[in-house]
Write a protein of this length. Structure first.
Length: 309
């Protein structure tokens, strides 16, 4: 039953019978037969079929919801029983918004030290995709904004406040300035993240509210691309303070705090709200709570309910 429910989850992720079968390591015939057996067991059609996958029936959507819970619980049970014998082992997958990637090392390094048999994967994703990845069991936890969009069925650990800096060439119009305003940033040739990124939406909204035009002359979903263009000294960008600090000094470039108004948003760890939680996620949350007290003691007191003891 668990294997067949896994087939449904793969089908929901891949939206394609062949790709779902490949993801599960079985033939397409085996996957189709497994789904058909589920349908026979429930006595209802779960999947809309044609020459290709066409989606789920209403009954299929409900079974899919249960499948996510059952498969997640089965994985957690297996992980906990295995951990009792050998310590934590397995694969922990973390999705993070691009602007938070530089601080992931503060979670993964102590995690690796405490649980050396756990393999770690870090993936860059939009804030919306992070919650989808968690819901579909493709990620175990995420690092994202906590105060700008609905969080859904997750627990959260606030880590730090994202503050913003104008990254621009030395010798430019703001040389000698200790700060710039949001209105002033809107008059520069900016390279920014793409509009599907929440960081970009935050920046656009703030520049609009200042009375300026937030249109960027270059967009990318990669912070590396933005950085390389800033280094040409022909573009400026708006980046989170923590990212600028992680990059260190850049020749010919300076980072200037943006004020009027001072703007900040909370970044934190999110994980599925399940009881019991998987031991790997429980261990990650414990490390995040410790890190929060180091990064921003004021935020650590606002930590939401965490999975596990």
């Amino acid at each position: 039953m668990i294997d067949k429910l896994d087939f449904l989850l793969a089908l929901a992720r891949e939206q394609h019978f062949g790709h779902a079968a490949e993801a599960c390591g079985v033939t397409q015939q085996t996957l189709s037969a497994g789904v058909k057996q589920l349908e026979n067991r429930f006595g209802v059609q779960l999947v809309l079929r044609g020459s290709r996958f066409q989606g789920f029936t209403p009954e299929g959507e409900r079974v899919l919801e249960w499948a996510r819970r059952i498969v997640a619980d089965a994985r957690a049970m297996h992980e906990e029983v295995t951990g009792l014998r050998r310590g934590l082992t397995g694969h922990l997958r973390i999705a993070a918004i691009p602007t938070a990637l530089p601080m992931i090392v503060n979670l993964t390094t102590p995690y690796r030290e405490r649980h050396p048999d756990v393999r770690l994967t870090v993936e860059s994703a939009t804030s919306a995709d992070i919650f989808s990845l968690i819901e579909n069991l493709e990620a175990d936890a995420g690092l994202t904004y906590l105060d700008n969009e609905p969080l859904g069925r997750v627990v959260s650990v606030p880590l730090y406040r994202e503050r913003y800096r104008l990254v621009t060439a030395l010798g430019g119009p703001f040389d000698g300035r200790a700060s710039v305003t949001w209105a002033e940033t809107g008059r520069l040739p900016l390279c920014l993240l793409t509009p599907n990124m929440q960081n970009r939406r935050i920046i656009d909204q703030q520049i609009r509210e200042s009375g300026a035009d937030p249109a960027a002359t270059l967009e990318s979903n990669s912070m590396i691309v933005l950085l390389t263009h800033v280094r040409t000294l022909r573009w400026a960008s708006i980046m989170p303070e923590i990212l600028v600090d992680a990059l260190g000094p850049m020749e010919g470039v300076r980072a200037i705090p943006i004020t009027a108004p001072d703007l900040e948003h909370t970044i934190g760890l999110v994980a599925p709200r399940r009881e019991p939680s998987t031991p790997m996620v429980t261990a990650l949350v414990a490390i995040a709570r410790t890190l929060a007290r180091t990064l921003d003691p004021d935020l650590s007191g606002t930590t939401g309910a965490e999975p596990g003891p």
